[in-house]
Design a protein around this ligand. Structure first.
Ligand code: NDP
Length: 334
């Protein structure tokens, strides 16, 4: 695989220029380029520049607005609805997350229900934002059918990511962020591009048979949930929280309304914030939990989720980006 070394500033500038030339206004280009920059900085390769051509496709087709101006409405002091104005998720987060953090810090718990948004990024940025403010965060979003529920060979669930962040004063939060599919479709696509097999159990081919060939899964096949029926139940929960509860499209409805341009469909997102400072009856919830993390990481072979990304973040060295991808992005600016 040939790669091109780009500094983090160059990654930001490449994304920003490409988005601006394809119809994003200053605020939307900044929010989305920051998300892409942060994904590459942390080594979330499947949700950095890799997604830019699809972002551009939906700006060009007019499905996603490059000048979206999301609007928040306080339904109760602890329930905030956010209309994403059919833009990409990062600009909606810029509007909604500070309101959510403020409400949860005051009332102990608060929910942000986002509608009319197009989400194709990683979900750790939204929960890290909350944890950096001393809050426990949880977020999830559906997509379009790509995952067969346990027992089925046809897709109904999206890859339905779920993220969770736990605040730790004076150090990085503990964060997990995972597709409820055995593997995120972005990772399957990257494996197909780079010619790697994927583990058995990742998905089925078009005939409903298990395969390790990522291109057979990505083209006409279907992903499986992680952990069999248990992962399938969590994928169902993601549909219910971010579509049923928030009042937006289930994955199958999102596909019915999508124009097939390759970008993300219109959907919703559920984000929950909780304040341990208010909820915990322990005198010092933070040191109580620090003791738990010490026990956990004291076990041979254990590392905390999020640790890999937080280590990557410490390096300001250039990142190695797939060269054909860089060329493709440059061609989108012609
Ligand atoms: P991974 O399987 O790579 O990682 C899932 C989580 O497990 C991460 O938090 C990771 O932490 C942690 N982890 C990995 N290995 C270990 C280990 N050995 N010990 C402890 N923790 C570990 O993620 P997925 O492939 O499932 O998802 C990738 C991304 O795709 C996510 O960011 C998700 O939000 C995104 N996605 C977005 C969608 C959308 O529609 N917007 C749809 C589907 C997925 P660490 O990062 O530190 O390795």
């Amino acid at each position: 695989m040939s790669t091109t070394a780009l500094t983090l500033d160059e990654i930001y500038a490449l994304a920003h220029d490409c988005l601006t030339k394809n119809g994003a206004d200053a605020a939307n280009a900044k929010a989305l380029s920051t998300t892409i920059h942060n994904a590459e900085r942390d080594g979330s390769h499947s949700h950095g520049l890799f997604r830019l051509p699809a972002y551009v496709a939906s700006l060009r087709s007019g499905k996603v607005k490059g000048d979206a101006k999301p609007v928040a409405t306080e339904i109760t002091p602890a329930v905030i609805r956010l209309h994403g104005d059919n833009g990409y998720a990062p600009i909606a987060h810029e509007v909604g997350l500070p309101l959510l953090a403020e409400a949860a810090s005051r009332f102990g718990i608060a929910v942000l229900g986002i509608t009319h948004v197009h989400h194709m990024a990683a979900l750790w940025p939204e929960v890290e934002f909350l944890a950096e403010r001393g809050l426990v965060g949880m977020a999830c979003t559906p997509y379009m059918p790509a995952v067969a529920p346990a027992g089925a060979t046809k897709p109904l669930f999206g890859t339905n990511p779920l993220s969770f962040a736990w605040p730790r004063p004076d150090t990085t939060p503990v964060v997990f962020d995972m597709a409820t599919a055995a593997m995120a479709m972005g990772e399957v696509q990257i494996a197909a591009r780079d010619g790697h097999d994927v583990p058995m159990g990742t998905g089925l081919n078009a005939d409903g048979e298990m395969t390790t060939d990522p291109s057979q899964i990505a083209n006409g096949g279907v992903l499986l949930p992680f952990g069999g029926y248990k992962g399938s139940a969590i994928a169902m929960m993601v549909e219910l929280l971010s579509a049923g509860l928030v009042g937006e499209n289930f994955s199958f409805e999102a596909k019915e309304g999508d124009n097939g341009d390759g970008g993300p469909p219109q959907g919703g997102q559920f984000i929950l914030a909780m304040s341990p400072k208010i909820i915990s009856s322990h005198d010092d919830w933070a040191s109580h939990c620090a003791g738990f993390f010490t026990k956990l990481t004291g076990l041979e072979g254990v590392r905390l989720p999020g640790e890999r990304r937080h280590k990557n973040r410490l390096s300001d060295a250039p990142r190695q980006i797939n060269t054909p991808l860089v060329e493709k992005i440059r061609s989108l600016m012609d």
